[in-house]
Ligand binder design. Sequence first.
Ligand code: B1M
Length: 283
Amino acid sequence: MPLEIDTEKENNLDDLKEDIEVTRKTDRWSDAPAEVKELFHQIEWNVIDGEHGGTVDLIRPALGHQVSPRTLVAGPMATGIAEVGRRFKFDEYFLPEVMMSAKSMHAALGILKPLIIEEKSEELGTVVVGTVQGDLHDIGKRIVAMMLEAAGFTVHDLGVTVPPEEFIAAILEHKPQIVGFSALLTTTMNMQWETVKVIAKQGLREDVKIFVGGAPISQAWCDKIGADAYAADALIAVEKAKACVGKFKELKGGDPSLHAAMLAMDTDLTRAKAEKAQAAYAA
Ligand code: B1M
């Protein structure tokens, strides 16, 4: 049985501005056994310090303690890379440091990917994903792709800086039910819109449900560009993708009812999360 560790609760990450000694005093991951809590803090700090060898060396012991690959991705790897983003934003880190941290994330994801995909038990449908043209960020998109695979989808990941024509070619070749665009830069988010337009121009809009995600992306942006669903994280992407090939299977891409249904799912997911947090607090 995998260990139950809550990765959905909002964490205060101020300790990550300090050092691991300060981190050890926090109650983050305190629902985990002490040795796992310690491993999680070390993973956070290895991602922050860009120690890819160290990160990899910590992943296997964590798995040995029955921590699930998803918990590692959504837990200490996510908090570590979030702190890297903060440091970059405030000019405490420059590109070389960020690249080292990204290398740590990729090294860890390389170990976790086969394990996550092994969980695949059924065939739900086909998804094409890619980071839009001009954008090199792919850590989040890889996580989304892995989680979709684990949930039962066949995923064709087109990589980074994918031009609209490549998305079109992949739609024609793989006939996916869902196409997902990732964008991490305010300067590349517009390529999501361009790609939606090219798909529509090719007469393929009704054939695919279009998902958008990435740090600067929002529901308002999804509405504006006429995408079908916005996913703030990988778990939401999975839930919405399942609904698209399940209860909303008959709705076509671009149908306003599909868009409304996807939006309503956010309300349901937020309510479920709040109820879970309340139950945990009461216990
Ligand atoms: Co860049 N970078 N970066 N960077 N980088 C950001 C995005 C930035 C916010 C940092 C900052 O200033 N705080 C900033 C963008 C500012 C802006 O546009 N407003 C920035 C910048 C400026 C740049 C450069 C321009 C820097 C420069 O050259 N001067 C440059 C651009 C290069 C280019 O793309 N052309 C650049 C380069 C890089 C690296 C190459 C060094 C590296 C990327 C390595 C890689 O990915 N292979 C990098 C990194 C690592 C980051 C930060 C620090 C971390 C991004 C990340 O991996 N997050 C980032 C800071 C930040 O985001 N706070 C930053 C972790 C990941 C799990 O989260 O990607 O959000 P995320 O994915 C989530 C959700 O968004 C969602 O689910 C994921 C999992 O939960 N999601 C989807 C994502 N895609 C989805 C798709 C879906 C659904 C959900 O459907 C398909």
